[in-house]
Design a protein around this ligand. Structure first.
Ligand code: PEP
Ligand code: MG
Length: 627
């Protein structure tokens, strides 16, 4: 495996030895350093909690005729208990977490109450005279065979929900105790976490997430960055070798998980945590300062968001608004497209909370890695019915969203943008729908911002080559590097087997970014970036020098990027961009940017890049002004 390796470390300490495989053994415990992918920065030290979905085991029994009626009654009672349990979870989620979380369990409640399922089970019980838990297990197996291996995420998610509901009924039939929750501070170790697992665990004293499967631009990873919880992914089966209670260090900057760390490593990482805390305290002082270079070139720093409960944190990070509000979660939480009114309520709340700062709502980007429409199966969802393509086929749903966004725009701090635009004809079609919806609202005397800025994401390579025509039709571009890199390089953004081929610093990507910005500017519009590259401190000076006007990123990195921009001159940044544009390979670009940043900001980059050699407590950036 490309990204999987075990590292060993020798030392002259006395209370350890190296075992036959070269692993270091200290006080009877073997230290193992497992290399994965860095999904969310920061360091966590603490006991592991190995999270496994608890399965209920069943065996097949043939019932006598007289046992059948009793079994039907026991099944009804088990379902009733499952109902009560789920209702409690929904109300807990609503009070302690948020509406989105509650909606997930509400959809399970709906599955549980499905009269068709009740009827089908009862019929099989009478016809086949088999025990209820076996029949439920058998039904689940049938669904699993159809949906479990589905490529589309929505079907797999629905299967996971159905599985959970089935397990709950079986557990109640067998009168087994419920799955325990995590108590106390832990690093969660799991084969895989969904975005909702990520959100739910964050409400406990979770220190970090380590998963066997997943990519760094998956939504679970993006969510852990938003929540500022360190995370490492693509650990290739690590969860199988760790037991709950094992001491672990999770290094989210370097994508490392250290199991049973030596005392030396624990001390080293405790020092790193101290350094990061010092740096964070210093960065906090920047919140109210403008984002401008030392020679007064101003840029906007905004946040990527997808949940209302992130707004408070975004405001404290000193952003200039929201540069990308992903709206898909409304669909995910409900399991269907939300009504105009549901959307209007959410969009207005966001616009109101952020006012007077702007919020850019992106219309639904369903498909690809973000769920597919129910019942749809595609060979290649990333190249399939996704984003704007789906919305142009489902214009009633698209119009509903446009109406909700427009209605929420009357305070004049909302902008809208469209994902996955590939060419002019598509954009014209979108703009015609938008114009029609505006006319409709005007006729209905519904107020909205008639001058609301309209933009599009540049994330499909074909859009780069017609960017001049696209720019004439909109007010801004926002470069979506997460998709742009995967489509330019033909590298699936979530496939860890080829993760090292997913190169954001590839010259093709950098030249594409340069061309998009230049074309935007030549046509008088501003150009932002909302892909993960915008929040990568290593890329900041280069992007600044390429002329990017707006950087939109997970809110937790805004202070770091602001600090770099405030301590750089625009002239220097342009020089860096020119140098980088002459480089033919990604590794050269990376090496140059790393050495440039290390030389210029040694203490800062020591903490950001590798945590080494930065332990003198001096985190002031050279040349920084006014901070
Ligand atoms: C992108 O593609 O860069 C982007 C920001 O959108 P998403 O990650 O939601 O596809
Ligand atoms: Mg995208």
């Amino acid at each position: 495996m490309r990204s999987h390796s075990f590292l060993t470390k020798d030392s002259a300490n006395s209370n350890h030895f190296l075992d036959s495989q070269g692993f270091r053994v200290e006080n009877g415990k073997q230290e193992r350093i497992i290399k994965g992918l860095p999904a969310s920065g920061g360091i966590a030290i603490g006991p592991a909690y190995v999270y496994e979905r608890e399965e209920v085991y069943v065996s097949e029994r043939i019932l006598t005729v007289s046992e059948v009626e009793l079994e039907i009654q026991l099944l009804a009672e088990a379902m009733e208990r499952a109902h009560v349990e789920l209702e409690k979870i929904v109300s807990f989620a609503r009070q302690k977490i948020n509406e989105e979380a509650a909606a997930i369990f509400e959809s399970q409640l709906l599955m549980l109450s499905d009269p068709q399922m009740h009827k089908a089970l009862e019929k099989r019980l009478r016809d086949e005279r088999k025990n209820a838990d076996f029949l439920i297990h058998d039904e689940l197996e049938k669904y699993r065979a159809i949906f479990g291996a589905a490529k589309d995420e929505l079907l797999r998610d629905r299967m996971a929900d159905l599985d959970e509901v089935g397990q709950r009924i079986m557990r109640n039939l067998q009168k087994k105790r419920l799955h325990s929750t995590v108590e106390g501070e832990h690093v969660i170790i799991a084969e895989q976490l969904t975005p909702s697992d990520t959100l739910l665990f964050s409400r406990n004293d979770v220190l970090g997430y380590a998963t066997d499967i997943g990519g760094i631009t998956s939504h679970a990873a993006i969510l852990s960055r938003s929540l500022k919880i360190p995370a490492v992914t693509a650990l290739h089966g690590a969860s199988k070798d760790i037991v709950t209670g094992d001491m672990v260090i999770l290094d989210g900057q370097h994508g490392l998980l250290i199991v049973n760390p030596t005392e030396e490593h624990q001390r080293e990482y405790a020092r790193k945590i101290e350094r990061i805390e010092l740096l964070e305290a210093e960065l906090a002082d920047l919140v109210d300062l403008p984002c401008e270079t030392s020679d007064c070139h101003k840029v906007e720093l905004s946040a990527n968001a997808e949940f209302v409960n992130e707004l408070e944190f975004i405001i404290t990070q000193g952003s200039n608004g929201i540069g990308l509000y992903r709206t898909e979660h409304l669909y995910i939480a409900k399991g269907d497209f939300p009504s105009e009114q549901e959307q209007y309520i959410e969009y207005s709340e966001i616009a109101f909370s952020m006012y007077p700062q702007p919020v850019i709502f992106r219309t639904f980007d369903i498909g690809g890695d973000k769920l597919l429409e129910r019942g749809v199966s595609e060979m290649n969802p990333f190249l399939g019915w996704r984003g704007i393509r789906m919305m142009l086929d489902k214009t009633d749903i698209f119009r509903r969203q446009l109406r909700a966004i427009l209605r929420a725009s009357s305070m004049k701090n909302i902008k809208i943008m469209f994902p996955m635009i590939s060419g002019v004809a598509e954009l014209d079609e979108v703009l015609a729908v938008l114009a029609d919806v505006k006319n409709e609202l005007t006729e209905e005397l519904v107020p909205f911002d008639e001058h609301m800025e309209v933009g599009l994401m540049i994330e499909v390579p074909s859009a780069i080559f017609v960017a001049d025509e696209l720019a004439k039709r909109v007010d801004f571009f926002s470069i979506g590097t997460n998709d742009l890199v995967q489509y330019l390089m033909a590298v699936d953004r979530n496939n860890e087997l080829i993760a090292d081929l997913y190169q954001e610093f590839h010259p093709a990507v950098i030249r594409a970014v340069k061309s998009i910005i230049a074309t935007g500017h030549a046509n008088g519009i501003w150009v932002g970036m909302c892909g993960e590259l915008a929040g990568n401190p290593l890329a900041t000076v280069m992007l600044l020098g390429l002329g990017l006007d707006e950087f939109s990123m997970v809110p937790s990195v805004i202070p770091e990027v602001k600090k770099i921009i405030r301590s750089t001159s625009y002239e220097d940044a342009k020089g860096v961009a020119e140098t980088v544009l002459r480089m033919p390979v990604a590794s050269e670009v990376r090496a140059y940017l790393e050495s440039y940043m290390r030389e210029r900001y040694p203490h800062f980059m020591a903490t950001l890049l590798n945590g080494e050699n930065g332990d003198n407590g001096n985190h002031k950036l050279d040349g920084e002004h006014g901070a």
